[in-house]
Design a protein around this ligand. Structure first.
Ligand code: AMP
Ligand code: ZN
Length: 497
């Protein structure tokens, strides 16, 4: 177990702080979940993976973690600034389905992807539509405290009034003048007193499908409100950690803080964590920019940006090889390097379960080396969940394990206790903390190996100008939905979904 203590970079203070639970051994962890109007893309998954690691590591440390990750199924409008149409409703009309069919469809698909990717399910997965009552109550408290006002059937948060008594903008580092500057030209016909006010409750059009009764008439909750209401309900007025992607700092999380302080007079969260973006050629991966791919496309390889299929665990590994606060750029080269690295560690993991310790001549230097590696890996993960540096230590451990396996180094240079320490530490990190041990991986490796073999044989056949056999192989693979592409320099393959 670690000698160092866990430190978390807190967006609020912009520094690493020692983690101290409010009410140990319990830890309350909230992460903003998906808006279920379409399939999650790989960028979304990166953010969910960050909080999967947080949950896994805190659990490993012995905390009893209540992990809440919501499903946004109402109130998130097409234009994030309180305007436009409900995203779910818009999609429902497009697909000619009930809004709740859309919600169910994409929630199911999200769960499937999470399972394939080995994300631990949250303890509670509350939905916005399941908590309309709690949200209305929160709006009432905010109004009662003088920080909300009704206007033409909608309710807005009065930012200016709030700032007379409390801070606003601390999390995202925005000051009021900036806000005024940014929002000035947006003002005009709105029901808001000030353009930087945000909606708590939104009056819906007569024909809206997603609407509920409230003291202010029919409408739907504002997007920011659900996380405040559900966080408070399941984790209390103040809880330990709240996270999401970098892009949620403002306005979403800033508004969450204002709502909780406005309703209950308490700053809701001790540590705010924000995960950085997955990019493609330096641009944020986003559905609207058309540079996103779905996890299923990645695992099948059928996407113009992909040279081949990648297994879920190598993609997970690829993401964990960078620190969650750094941007991570997608490229085939990086994924292929990650794939090779992952297989090295997977082999060591498998080797460890079979490798027996045998007594020999203990070497003091070897003992020290292994003990230092076991300490270093904890020091790394304790340093704001640095999975990249933790993996670097796993590679050093892997070198030792290979040396023992191949007899280059006698396993007896370690005493039984130190060997056990190495085995446990490697296994716990690979399997429990980084979650890289998904079973299907073995099947994917077999597929990968077989495909390499088949394409190698086909290459030989083509070299002999036996094009009939080469085409026969390609057509037979095609029958199995495996598409073979003959490029200028090499042949690639992908599984069509
Ligand atoms: P959404 O479904 O759009 O509300 O997004 C769900 C989560 O994914 C949020 O926490 C976003 O911050 C996060 N997210 C969106 N795009 C990316 C990206 N390219 N890289 C990492 N996280 C992202
Ligand atoms: Zn949220």
């Amino acid at each position: 177990m670690p000698e160092t203590a866990l430190h978390i970079f807190n967006t609020l203070s912009r520094q690493k702080e020692k983690f101290e639970a409010i009410n140990p051994p319990f830890v309350g962890l909230y992460s903003c979940g998906p808006t279920v109007y379409n399939e999650v893309h790989l960028g979304n998954l990166r953010t969910f993976l960050t909080f999967d690691i947080v949950q896994r590591y805190l659990t490993h440390l012995g905390y009893k973690v209540r992990y809440v990750r919501n499903i946004t199924d109402a109130g998130h409008l097409t234009d994030d600034a309180d305007a436009g149409e409900d995203k779910i409703e818009k999609r429902a009309k497009l697909e000619q389905l009930e809004p709740m069919e859309i919600v169910q469809k994409y929630t199911n698909s999200f769960h499937e992807v999470c399972a394939i990717f080995n994300l631990t399910p949250p303890s509670i997965e509350p939905t916005a539509t399941g908590h309309i009552v709690e949200q209305i109550q929160m709006v009432k408290r905010i109004i009662a405290n003088g920080f909300g006002y009704e206007s033409n059937g909608s309710v807005y948060f009065d930012v200016k009034k709030f700032m007379e008594k409390h801070e606003y903008g601390k999390l995202s580092g925005r000051n009021v003048d900036d806000l005024l500057e940014v929002t000035r030209d947006l003002s005009g016909t709105s029901d808001k007193r000030n353009s930087y006010d945000f909606a708590l409750w939104i009056k819906t059009p007569e024909a809206a499908l997603q609407k509920w009764d409230s003291p202010w008439g029919e409408g739907c909750p504002g997007w920011h409100l659900e996380c405040s209401a559900m966080g408070t309900k399941y984790l209390g007025k103040q809880f330990d950690i709240h996270g999401g992607g970098f892009d949620l700092k403002f306005p979403h999380h800033e508004c969450e803080i204002a709502q909780s302080v406005g309703a209950d007079g308490v700053t809701p969260v001790r540590y705010w964590m924000h995960s950085n973006m997955l990019t493609v050629n330096g641009t944020k991966m986003s559905k609207s920019l058309g540079n996103s791919f779905l996890p299923k496309e990645l695992f099948g390889g059928a996407h113009p940006l992909l040279e081949k299929a990648y297994s879920p665990m190598s993609v997970r590994f690829f993401m964990l090889q960078s620190h969650y606060r750094s941007t991570l750029d997608f490229s085939n080269a990086a994924l292929q390097a990650a794939e090779r690295g992952f297989l090295r560690l997977l082999n060591s993991y498998k080797t460890l379960s079979k490798l027996e310790h045998k007594a020999g001549t203990v070497d003091a230097q070897e003992l020290l080396d292994v003990k230092q590696l076991c300490e270093a890996i904890y020091a790394n993960i304790n340093d704001d969940f640095n999975t990249a540096e933790s993996i670097a230590v796993l590679f050093d451990m892997s070198k030792k394990i290979n040396a023992y396996k191949e007899g280059v180094l006698s396993i007896g240079t370690l005493d039984a206790e130190t060997y056990e320490l190495l085995k446990t530490t490697f296994t716990v990190f690979f399997r429990d903390i980084l979650g890289l041990d998904k079973e299907e991986e073995h099947d994917n490796n077999v597929t990968e190996g077989l495909m390499n073999l088949i394409l190698e044989l086909r290459k030989q056949v083509r070299a002999n100008k036996d094009f009939a056999s080469s085409d026969k192989i390609r057509d037979a693979l095609n029958e199995l939905n495996i598409k073979v592409k003959d490029g200028k320099d090499e042949t690639t393959w992908s599984i069509e979904q």
